[in-house]
Write a protein that binds this ligand. Structure first.
Ligand SMILES: *[C@@H]1O[C@H](CO)[C@@H](O)[C@H](O)[C@H]1NC(C)=O
Ligand SMILES: *[C@@H]1O[C@H](CO)[C@@H](O)[C@H](O)[C@H]1NC(C)=O
Ligand SMILES: *[C@@H]1O[C@H](CO)[C@@H](O)[C@H](O)[C@H]1NC(C)=O
Ligand SMILES: *[C@@H]1O[C@H](CO)[C@@H](O)[C@H](O)[C@H]1NC(C)=O
Ligand SMILES: *[C@@H]1O[C@H](CO)[C@@H](O)[C@H](O)[C@H]1NC(C)=O
Ligand SMILES: *[C@@H]1O[C@H](CO)[C@@H](O)[C@H](O)[C@H]1NC(C)=O
Ligand SMILES: *[C@@H]1O[C@H](CO)[C@@H](O)[C@H](O)[C@H]1NC(C)=O
Length: 490
């Protein structure tokens, strides 16, 4: 009797749970731990259907243009003369919100967009117009917030203009909408701190005005630099300061709160042309770039940039699967910078890039530092959603407390690596590599950043794997089963 009663209750319960499971995997924005940020950038030209809405919590549409008088607009048509960028932005915003994603627009960006933004924000009158227009813009497009992307303030006076802008914007957002309803965010330079020539200041008023700072922890090396090196090394390369770890740590050390720091992940690499065959000696990733020509990604056509989509393209790509080089290419995992690189012998082309393994190490580190989350430049660079799905699964499992093996080294190991890398004989890669392995870098012969089966939070999970339910959710299942048994017993 009890058995019957129990199974008649448990079966529908299991069906409900299965539905819940399905639901949570298809609307994952809400499945992330509360407050977790997974922000995807994409240009206003992106087509609505191309965005993996279920894997992101926030989106930043790039870029709106601010004129020197403080007017904010999207410039140019999108795909054709009938679909304007304004209309495309409205489509993207509506679709994102339908999918529970908070929609922001980034104002500024690279090159002349930021030149004009600087002119607007430096003068009090145009700054006031900018703030006024920003409020109208948020209202008009029904945005969830606005991102100020000034690349970069050039001096202390401009840093102060930025602060004044943020404070005035925060106040105007508070008075025009309900307090804190609208987000105000900012992009942070890939080095400490606000810009190449801005001395360190007190960052607490900046952090106080905004909800998040998105640190652009990439673009450290490319065809414009002297040597080949990763686009986004995890720790500083031996001869240069600037990396994912250095930059995020520097912002934390400067007092930027971890809860407002979002770390940048690159879904792309940079290519450089060299004059030696790097495949002949893959222990040395650092070779002088004598020819600064940039070779564009074959599919994207973006200057010097190979997106994950370019790298994985069946015809002209470099990787036949995420970790296997296509014919004509050699792939090497660099255990010091904890990133992969590729070399094509035919034209001596080097590409330093990120893949699942290197992204996993960076995400592991953001968890350890209890940062607010990650942002991605840019979501449309993916190939069949390979990387964004990995990001989503990684965060879901990490939030569940699942054990992670062979991933980011401990802080002590990283400090040791960093110290030993300050070696004047930095081209002696073989010994550096040996030190890196001895100091605890992930072992490339084993799966890097591999989730184990153990669950840190629960000790009553024995049956959950048979049901195919992930560790964290089986706790809920267990609880409901106990409830079902209790009901059945009554
Ligand atoms: C700039 O904004 C102001 C105030 O919203 C408006 O009156 C003016 O027409 C705009 N100018 C341009 C060039 O869009
Ligand atoms: C322009 O884009 C719109 C929206 O995607 C589409 O409906 C229309 O067919 C396109 N027109 C041309 C000429 O490609
Ligand atoms: C910005 O630069 C681009 C490329 O150099 C150019 O096409 C565009 O007209 C410029 N826009 C403004 C507003 O200056
Ligand atoms: C904006 O609102 C938030 C939430 O109430 C508050 O913490 C913050 O101090 C306000 N900022 C300004 C400048 O009014
Ligand atoms: C990061 O690099 C800077 C130089 O740009 C250096 O002064 C600092 O010690 C490094 N910080 C960390 C945390 O590695
Ligand atoms: C630089 O590299 C590009 C691309 O491989 C090539 O077309 C060009 O001829 C090279 N220039 C020189 C000076 O070697
Ligand atoms: C490979 O490069 C490293 C670093 O430049 C050098 O020490 C080593 O001798 C080279 N090995 C070969 C086989 O050329």
């Amino acid at each position: 009797m009890h058995t019957l009663a129990l199974s008649s209750i448990v079966k529908p319960l299991l069906a409900t749970l299965a539905a819940f499971q399905l639901f949570s995997f298809h609307t994952l924005a809400s499945a992330y731990k509360d407050g977790r940020v997974v922000l995807g950038y994409f240009p206003v030209q992106r087509v609505v259907g191309d965005i993996p809405w279920s894997s992101i919590t926030h989106a930043n549409i790039a870029f709106a243009f601010a004129s020197e008088t403080g007017n904010i607009t999207f410039v140019g048509n999108v795909v054709n003369s009938t679909l304007t960028s304004e209309d495309n932005a409205r489509n993207l915003i509506a679709e994102g919100q339908k999918n529970n994603v908070k929609m922001l627009v980034a104002v500024g960006g690279q090159g002349n967009f930021s030149d004009h933004l600087a002119l607007a924000l430096n003068a009090p009158a145009s700054r006031a117009t900018f703030v006024e227009n920003a409020i109208t813009f948020v209202e008009d497009y029904n945005l969830d917030g606005i991102d100020v992307d000034w690349e970069y303030p050039k001096n202390l006076a401009e840093a102060e203009s930025l602060l004044a802008t943020l404070q005035q914007l925060r106040e105007a957002l508070n008075t025009s909408f309900e307090d804190s309803e609208k987000l105000l965010t900012i992009t942070l330079y890939n080095h400490p701190y606000l810009g190449p020539n801005v001395p360190s200041v007190d960052y607490s008023p900046y952090a106080e005005a905004v909800d998040y700072g998105f640190v652009m922890a990439y673009d450290y090396f490319g065809s414009w630099t002297d040597y080949t090196a990763p686009n986004a090394p995890f720790i500083d390369v031996p001869f240069y300061q600037g990396s994912f770890r250095n930059t995020t740590d520097a912002w934390l050390d400067a007092g930027w709160p971890a809860s407002k720091l979002v770390a940048g992940l690159a879904f792309y690499g940079h290519s450089s042309v060299v004059s030696v065959d790097m495949a002949a000696n893959t222990t040395n990733q650092y070779v002088p770039i004598s020819n600064h020509t940039s070779l564009d990604g074959p599919v994207s056509g973006i200057s010097g940039t190979w997106t994950w989509r370019d790298l994985r393209d069946k015809d002209s790509g470099a990787l036949s699967d995420p970790t296997t080089a296509s014919s004509g290419w050699v792939r090497t995992w660099d255990s010091y910078t904890m990133t992969p690189w590729l070399f094509r012998k035919a034209d001596n082309l080097y590409i330093g890039y990120d893949d699942k393994d290197s992204l996993g190490i960076k995400m592991d580190y953001t968890f350890r530092k209890q940062l607010a989350g990650v942002m991605i430049w840019e979501i449309g660079y993916d190939y069949n959603n390979e990387l964004i799905s990995y990001v989503r699964d990684f965060i879901t499992q990490a939030d569940d407390g699942t054990v992670l093996n062979n991933c980011a080294p401990s802080d002590a190991q990283l400090d040791g690596l960093y110290t030993s890398s300050r070696n004047p004989n930095f081209f002696n890669r073989r010994s550096l590599e040996a030190r890196a392995d001895a100091d605890g870098s992930p072992d490339p012969s084993q799966p890097i950043c591999q989730f184990g089966r153990e669950d840190l939070h629960s000790d009553s999970e024995s049956d959950s794997s048979a049901l195919g339910i992930s560790a964290g959710r089986s706790g809920v299942l267990g609880m409901l089963l106990v409830a079902a048994i209790a009901v059945a017993a009554v």
